[in-house]
Structures are given as C-alpha cells and as structure tokens.
Design a protein around this ligand. Structure first.
Ligand code: FAD
Length: 416
C-alpha cells in the first residue's frame, strides 16, 4: 500500500486525503488544529463554490451539508454611481446552484470523516525540520498548508506572478438577519458590487455553525476608505463599521442589512496577502522533495471567489495523477507534470482574477453594461465563475469581446 503524507487540513488537503482513502492508500494528515479547535476558531474564508467544484465533492460523498445549505441560485452585479445611485444593477440565474459551507463546519467534519475512513490524523503544526525527518518515511509528501509559513519551501514564479504586494485589504463578517434583494426575493444570490476606485462588496449566502446566514465581504483598494481595519476592531465594532460603509457607498444593500447581527463571536476576519504563483516542488535540507498544492502554489486574490473552487479542482487533478502513477516513484518530473496539468486550468483563473483587480477597461464595461439588457451576455458571465477558462474566449481580450457582443446582438450599435 502506497503511503502519502498530507500537511494541512483545508479544502485541498482533506479532499485529496479522503479521496485517496477510497483507493486504500495509507494516508496521514497533519493538521495544526483539532476538529473542535477548528469549529471554535475564527472564520477563514467566504468559500463560495460553484457546480464543477461541488461536483467533485458529490462524486466522493463529501457533500455532507448540501441539503441544509442555502442554494445560491444566481449572481447579481451592481456598480455604484455618484450620489449613492446605481450606474448598473442586474441579476442572472446560474445554470446550477453554488453553495458556501463555512470552512469551520466543513473542515472539522471532514477531519472526523477522514478518521472514520481509516486515515491517520496527527495534530501538529509542522515545521520544515519536521518535514525533513518525516519525508523519507512516505512515498509522497504533499504540502497543502494554504498561505502558512511552509510556503517558504516553494520559490516564487516571477513570470507567473505580476504582483508583489496585496491588491486588496479584506474584511469579512458573517451575519444573520440580512434580507434578500427585493428585486428577486425568491432567489438567494451572490451580489457583487463595485465601488469604482474604492473596492468591492460581496454578499454571499452561506451555511455556518448556527445555520444559514449571509457573509458581508469587503475588498478595499489599499490606502482607500475601505482600508480601515488596522486597529483589528472587536466583532461588534467590525459589523457596525461594515454597515456604516455599506450605508455610505451602497445604501440599497445597507437597507436590507440594517438588522444584521453577528452569527457568533468569531465571525469576523481581516487581512491581506499578495497574489502569487510558486514553483511546485519544494526541496528540504536533506534533499528530499515535496509537492505543493492549491493555495501553496497558486494563491489568487479572492476577488473572483475561486480559491476553494481551485483547491477542489487541484485535489481532483492530483488524485488522478497519483492513481495513474501506480507503483512508479513520485519523482521531480512527475511532480512538475502533476502541477502543470493543474496549471493548464488554473492559469485562466489566475489571469482573470489578476485582471479583475484592475479598473475595468472599456471592453469589460461594455460587457457588464450589455449584461443588463442581454440575457445571453449575463448568463455567460455569471456561469464563468464555475469555469473561468471560458473567459479567455471572450472576456479577456477587447477584440474577442467585441466579436462576441456583436454575435449576440449586444454590441453598442444594437444596445440601447
Ligand atoms: C477573505 C477570503 C474570502 C474567500 N472567498 C472565497 C470564495 O468565496 N470562494 C472560493 O472559492 N475561495 C475563496 N477564498 C479562498 C479559499 O478560502 C482558499 O483559496 C482555500 O481555502 C484554499 O484551500 P487550501 O486547501 O489550499 O488551503 P487552506 O484552506 O488555507 O488550508 C490550509 C490548512 O493548512 C493548515 N496549516 C497551515 N500551516 C500548517 C502547518 N505548518 N502545519 C499543519 N497545518 C498547517 C491551516 O491551518 C489550514 O487548515 C477566500 C479567501 C479569503 C481569505
């Protein structure tokens, strides 16, 4: 039986661990925290996942919360205009619903399931020295430790990393008591609001420790008015400040959120990190090598809500590659090939996400404006969150965008 050590109990590491157990691999997971510590800890993400990523979970019986979790049936986009007006505001249904299960719920539950499925769990915050002494005991070591310190093992890939500083300051609050948009009360939806020159607000229906809720997630341009969390406010003050910012910049979203209450005392998060792509093979002092996965190797800004989706897809690719390898060694060449198979897809997510961090260029404004009147455009945009590799064919390039808009009768000459 081949043995695999996975460091990090997040979306990617646990999905890979649980799916390898189905094939009787001898799998050890090292987690910095116990399931109860994860449940009792701070929120970590907004983790909205779309159909393709959710399907990987369904395929392996990992969708333990699907029936009780609110179905995100659509996505709406607004652009704030001057004087609290809306320059743009539209909504479109997704072809298949998305869902967000609080990672505190999911990772704690998956860790317990992993042990039930015969996996070995070691609770320990792993250091490079630990890895060095452990690595020769396993056929393969995978580092799935997110944005933690072990990323230092993996060199930055400059050619694939255009940014070296954080592009957004992040602020998250989980709340009960947010009402649905009056324009589509029958549908729970992600609402994506752009405040030009200031940042973005995402409102994401989700499932947390106390049931369904809504997440209020601000992405602030550094140095601007949403970059206001350096004092690490207490949770209630964090919520109050969030609502005040909504009242000022997005009053229509504030109106349905004015009765918001924190879901729990650990329901807030602030932070920032530079988006980065890293080389996939880490070398330990002994010369042994380890393979990085998901956020360790591709950490995009969460502005497009893709990191958990990517983590799920990365786990699916790595599973296939490990199974295909049979009893051959997991050597450097195999590790590079495994990452490049994932990168074939992930590069499109990174390029789209990096583009969304910039002020929208004219062709993107044309697309977002056309979507208000043209169902085909709106539908293609919202379903792109499920598979962003589609954006290369129309969204990412002014000429392709113009050709697509003309093909669906949504070019400027026809829109009105
Ligand atoms: C504010 C915010 C909002 C987001 N919203 C979305 C969204 O809506 N949709 C989406 O798809 N993605 C979203 N993401 C991104 C998503 O959360 C991550 O990309 C995803 O969780 C990455 O999964 P992972 O397995 O690579 O790492 P993680 O989920 O970070 O898991 C890594 C695990 O490793 C553990 N660990 C770290 N170091 C060590 C160590 N030395 N020893 C042992 N364990 C260790 C950590 O404690 C953690 O449990 C968001 C991220 C942020 C910050």
């Amino acid at each position: 039986m081949r043995s695999v050590l996975i460091v990090g109990a997040g979306q990617s590491g646990l999905q890979l661990a649980l799916t390898l157990r189905e094939h009787d691999y001898d799998v050890t997971v090292m987690s910095a925290r116990t399931p109860d510590e994860i449940r009792g800890g701070r929120v970590m993400s907004t983790q909205c996942m779309f159909r393709d990523a959710l399907q990987h979970e369904r395929d392996h019986g990992l969708n333990l919360w699907e029936s009780q979790t609110v179905k995100v049936e659509g996505l709406g986009l607004s652009i704030a205009g001057p004087d609290s007006s809306r320059a743009l505001d539209w909504f479109c249904r997704l072809d298949d619903y998305a869902q967000s299960v609080d990672q505190r719920v999911k990772m704690a539950g998956w860790l317990e399931l992993f042990e039930q499925r015969g996996g070995k769990l070691i609770i320990h915050g792993v250091t490079t020295a630990d890895l060095d002494s452990l690595s020769s005991m396993y056929d393969l070591v995978v580092v799935a430790a997110g944005k933690g310190e072990l990323v230092g093992l993996f060199d930055r890939d400059d050619a694939r990393s255009p940014y070296s500083t954080p592009q957004r300051i992040l602020s998250v609050v989980y709340a009960h008591g947010v009402e649905r948009r009056p324009e589509h009360p029958e549908f729970a939806a992600v609402r994506f609001s752009i405040i030009p020159g200031v940042g973005e607000l995402f409102m994401i229906p989700a499932y947390t420790l106390s049931g369904n809720c809504d997440i209020l997630f601000f992405e602030g341009i550094p140095g601007g008015p949403l970059d206001c969390w350096d004092d690490r406010p207490e949770p209630q003050e964090h919520l109050n400040r969030t609502l005040e910012l909504m009242r000022r910049y997005l009053p229509w979203e504030y109106e349905r959120s004015r009765n918001a209450e924190l879901t729990d005392s650990k329901a807030t998060l602030t932070g920032s990190y530079p988006p980065v792509v890293r080389k996939p093979v880490g070398e330990l002092p002994s010369g042994n090598i380890v393979l990085g996965m998901a956020d360790v190797v591709v950490a995009n800004d969460p502005i497009t809500g893709q990191g958990s989706n990517n983590a799920s897809k990365c786990a699916a690719v790595y599973l296939d590659r490990i199974l295909q390898r049979g009893s051959e060694p997991f050597d450097r060449q195999w590790m590079h090939g495994t990452f490049e198979t994932y990168w074939d897809y992930a590069q499109h997510v990174t390029q789209w996400t990096n583009a969304m961090l910039q002020p929208p260029p004219p062709h993107v404004m044309d697309i977002l404006g056309a979507a208000q009147h043209n169902e085909a455009v709106a539908r293609r945009f919202v379903n792109g969150f499920c598979d962003p590799s589609d954006f290369q064919h129309w969204f990412m390039d002014p000429e392709k965008a113009a050709a697509y808009l003309a093909s669906v009768g949504a070019d400027r000459a026809n829109s009105g």
